[in-house]
Design a protein around this ligand. Structure first.
Ligand code: PRT
Ligand code: ZN
Length: 285
């Protein structure tokens, strides 16, 4: 029986989330650290643990069939692979940052400067698209210390909260790329592997949707139901059940995590009471 080979990061920021995503998809595999390869017990997949930088090449060459990694690495490595699904975690951006005290005049600031980065391809694409001539100092880690030790005048690095830049007296001035974890795939999978992949993506989408949405229950006077249905459209439309108290009903629906608080404010204004919000375990449309 054919098995789909999934590459995930061996250790680092993506490791735990990648493992838990597979676990939430009901895929059971041994949890040992230090493993290079393992097989799921209840789903036809093998899991390879690799450095994220190597995943695009391995997927292109079909050492792995699919892989989970940051978009920044996918674009930087520029291999012949397809992006199959955005996963909504490990959100970050690739940005240019300069010493905090420097005046920033626009992209031309970088003319004739030395910029340290571990993303030389993306940086050089940005520089040529903006007709800037700068020197790229490629380093593999701790990019943020480069200006402090005199290796570079500025940096191009991954930023998430911005606190690393702050600590190192640097200021983010231009975002080159927004990134999140994605699944990439080999372009020539056979039909059997495609079928396993389709099953896996179906589960991943259900997990992703459940993380992006919450189940909401509330009580409301019947007169407010029309307005509340406009605020909470639901999957098809909200479920409405009568309450024992005359003139009142209970409404059940889903609400998106990202505009959740805004919706709650609108619901309270519309007359909703006793609002309960519950995590969703899986969401299948
Ligand atoms: O060993 P391996 O090569 O597999 O791992 P790695 O060291 O190359 O990568 P790792 O584990 O650090 O990051 C993996 C992926 O996580 C990256 O490719 C990004 O897609 C994503 N990601 C999300 C981040 C961050 N957030 C992040 N904050 N990658 C790195 N950082 C670093 C950044 O380089 C900087 O040093 O964190 C610092 C900035 O963080 P803030 O919060 O202070 O701004
Ligand atoms: Zn890496």
């Amino acid at each position: 029986m054919n098995r789909l080979k999934i590459a995930i990061q061996k250790s680092g920021r993506l490791n735990e989330k990648s493992r838990s995503l597979l676990a939430e998809c009901g895929i059971k595999f041994p949890n040992g650290t230090g493993l290079l390869k393992t097989s799921a017990r209840n789903f036809p997949v093998d899991i390879l643990f690799l450095r994220d930088d190597d995943i695009p090449q391995y997927v292109e060459q079909q050492v792995a069939d699919i892989g989970i990694l940051g978009e920044n690495v996918v674009y930087e490595k520029n291999r012949n692979v397809s992006t199959l699904e955005k996963l909504g975690f490990a959100n970050c951006r690739l940005s240019l940052a300069i010493p905090g005290e420097d005046r920033f005049t626009g992209p031309e600031y970088f003319n004739n400067k030395r910029i340290a980065t571990s993303h030389p391809r993306l940086l050089s694409e940005y520089l040529s698209a903006n007709s800037i001539s700068a020197r790229i100092e490629e380093i593999s880690g701790s990019v943020e210390i480069a200006p402090g030790i005199g290796l570079a005048d500025a940096i191009c690095d991954i930023v998430s909260s911005g606190s690393t830049l702050d600590t190192n007296g640097l200021r983010e001035v231009i975002t080159i790329l927004d990134s999140q974890a994605v699944i990439i795939g080999n372009k020539d999978l056979d039909d059997e592997k495609k079928a396993i992949l389709a099953k896996l993506l179906f589960r991943i989408r259900a997990v992703k949707r459940s993380n992006e949405n919450k189940y909401i229950l509330l009580n409301a006077p019947e007169s407010a139901v029309g307005e509340i249905c406009r605020i909470l459209p639901g999957i098809k439309s909200p479920t409405i059940l009568p309450l024992a108290e005359k003139g009142w009903c209970s409404l059940h629906s889903v609400v998106r995590e990202d505009d959740f608080w805004e919706r709650i404010d609108q619901l309270r204004k519309a007359g909703a009471e006793g609002i309960l919000v519950i995590p969703i375990e899986k969401m299948i449309l």
